[in-house]
Design a protein around this ligand. Structure first.
Ligand code: ZN
Length: 244
């Protein structure tokens, strides 16, 4: 069965998800990248899975959106990097020109400086599409889900954080990263690891957390070890009930 404009992969994904009657899903191309969008009610919440190889985050969020109100964007692919135009890039390095330039150079070692510059101009002209789609209305909350499997943990973020809450040191791969101090204060009353990064510190890596910290947008990144779906679902439900 063919549906115009919908890839087979997206169709299989959509067909496999029995959303509640209120939820609607479609596929959107934003800044050259394919996303699955799930809309459920009118809450001022945004959810995001931006790395296609983080399957635990994807499965957790799809399940969550069966009941949680808000709008979710999930990258439509299974690879970590994307090719929005001509070159490869990490999608979580596209949120600033500086971050995009570094990622393009790293991932396309044979591309000429002129080709990198052309790609940067192409991305610059379309960055607003990403921001308009992914960022919540003023005062709203953006929750991004990530998985780690390469040694990354809360210990990687602690030195560049404003505050650290470490009630579960034996599970350093599962933690929240918040950009709002009031959100962090609520999270820090609970049993889960968390860091606060409320200022734009260090070099601009083009990540969404860095952009949100710089613009005072309420953003929480939920990091869990790849495969630890029980923890990611538990922490996501807890966070969603906790934060306004
Ligand atoms: Zn990620």
């Amino acid at each position: 069965m063919a549906i115009p404009g919908l890839s087979r992969r997206a169709f299989v994904l959509l067909a496999a998800v029995p959303f509640s009657a209120a939820a609607a899903s479609d596929r959107k191309n934003i800044s050259g990248i394919g996303f699955l969008r799930i809309r459920n009610g009118r809450a001022n919440r945004r959810y995001l899975v931006i790395h296609g190889d983080e399957s635990t985050a994807r499965d957790t969020l799809i399940e969550h959106m069966k009941s949680a109100p808000g709008v979710a964007f999930l990258i439509d692919g299974r690879t970590r990097t994307v090719r929005p135009h001509l070159l490869e890039i990490d999608p979580n390095r596209m949120f600033s020109a500086a971050g995009a330039a570094l990622s393009l150079s790293r991932l396309n070692p044979s591309a000429s400086p002129a080709a990198i510059q052309r790609e940067l101009r192409w991305l610059d002209a379309r960055r607003h599409q990403l921001l308009e789609a992914l960022l919540p209305a003023p005062g709203g909350l953006l929750i991004a889900l990530h998985n780690n499997s390469r040694g990354y943990s809360i210990q990687s973020e602690a030195p560049i954080s404003n505050r650290v809450h470490l009630p579960a040191p034996s599970t350093p791969h599962d933690f929240f990263l918040a950009t709002s101090e009031s959100d962090f204060n609520l999270i820090a009353r609970g049993p889960y690891n968390a860091v606060l990064q409320s200022g734009a510190r260090g070099p601009d890596d083009g990540s969404l957390s860095r952009l949100c910290a710089g613009r005072s947008i309420r953003y929480v990144n939920l990091e869990c070890a790849l495969g630890n779906r029980a923890a990611q679902a538990e922490m996501l439900n807890w966070l969603d009930r906790l934060l306004p």
